[in-house]
Design a protein around this ligand. Structure first.
Ligand code: EPU
Length: 336
């Protein structure tokens, strides 16, 4: 267990915002976490952080930042078609993807290179290129601040687009300790999102390794590397609008990209809305809208959380004015 005071969170937020936590505690095992919760060493307020790839700090954090270093990957069951895994919340997400690809386990490859850790994959229902974590998650193991341990079934998690029950205020105090996945041992791919299939034409055959390579290449061409330019991936969620709203906009913009959700609602890429509103590549002080993907806000160097929020507010207000659509941050802001 590691315990530190006035700890810099620079390495725990991919936006690269220079803030501190009054206390930082990293635990290595369930036993250490149970001891922490039971003992006098831990009291509210706390913030559980993962890789910090979806956080925006508006100020120093005055409570305890908790971090999991539970890094186990355990096979819990197996049959001819599937393999079931129980994975520690502190495993780096992309290390988990690489581990599965190496063993010819199918399912997570489209989620290659998503920053962050396994615990957050369930909280956030991470997704990319036609696959979401919820498609693979079977159960989520948790512990609460009273020490109660509970296993959430897939249905209990109430997964939806970038959403799970763990984002609800009622789940405050619930810590995800392990996430269970079912992967396929039989060849199966999801290739119909964007340019994935087209990019695979350069390979002699479709393999798990080839799909991972292609996804990594596409991501690298569109999304900035947080080690070079601070960012938290997509800053906004793609809005889902009623069909009538969509049709009214489409009459004016026939080439607008869209994804039908169900009979009455359509998802519109926020990146497109932001670009059409003239924000792509524009800066406000040290905060900017990334020039290759308008859904991403970046820290050009030395930005505070409030600089990023000021840019976010300006972008949202332009999109609202031009299209009458409210876009909402995907990133979680932390204040105090
Ligand atoms: N587009 C523009 N201008 C832009 C950006 C996008 O016109 O500046 C258009 C593209 O041309 C395309 C459409 O918008 O027609 C969708 O773009 P893209 O495929 O890049 O995906 P996205 O909707 O912008 C979502 C996820 C990403 C994920 C990609 C690929 C959300 C909030 N974002 O982005 O997830 O990697 O799809 O599946 O759903 C993340 O959550 O941090 C993230 C990076």
């Amino acid at each position: 267990m590691i315990e530190k005071k006035d700890f810099s969170l620079l390495n725990y937020n991919t936006f690269g915002i220079d803030v501190t936590a009054a206390r930082f505690v990293e635990y290595d095992s369930m036993d250490e976490l149970r001891e922490l919760i039971a003992g006098t060493r831990f009291s509210e307020p706390f913030l559980h952080i993962g890789g910090g790839s979806n956080l925006l700090f508006l100020s120093n954090y005055e409570g305890t930042a908790l971090h999991s270093n539970i890094k186990t990957i355990e096979v819990t069951d197996e049959d001819t078609g599937s393999i079931w895994l129980k994975v520690g919340s502190g495993v780096v997400w992309d290390d988990f993807v690489a581990y599965c690809v190496k063993r010819d386990w199918y399912g997570v490859e489209n989620l290659s290179l998503i920053p962050g850790e396994v615990g957050a994959s369930a909280v956030q229902n991470i997704g990319a290129y036609g696959v979401e974590a919820k498609d693979l998650i079977t159960e989520v193991y948790t512990i609460d601040m009273k020490g109660g341990e509970h296993i959430y079934s897939h249905a209990d998690c109430r997964f939806a687009y970038r959403y799970s029950i763990f984002k609800e205020p009622s789940s405050r105090g619930v810590i995800v300790t392990h996430v269970c996945f079912r992967l396929s041992k039989q060849e199966s791919y999801t290739l119909d999102y964007g340019t994935v299939r087209e990019a695979l034409e350069n390979y002699p055959e479709v393999t798990l390794g080839a799909v991972r390579e292609v996804i990594i290449r596409i991501r690298n061409s569109k999304l900035p590397d947080p080690a070079v330019l601070g960012n938290a991936g997509s800053f906004f969620m793609n809005p889902v609008v009623p069909k009538a709203t969509f049709e009214a906009i489409r009459r004016e913009y026939p080439s607008m990209p869209f994804y039908p959700m169900d009979e009455d609602s359509i998802k519109i890429p926020a990146g497109w809305l932001i670009e059409q509103s003239g924000w792509k590549g524009r800066s406000v002080g040290p905060a900017a809208v990334y020039d290759k993907q308008a859904l991403v806000l970046v820290n050009k160097g030395g930005a505070t959380g409030r600089d990023i929020m000021a840019l976010s507010d300006a972008v949202r207000s332009s999109v609202r004015k031009k299209f009458g659509i409210d876009i909402h941050p995907e990133v979680k802001t932390i204040n105090g």
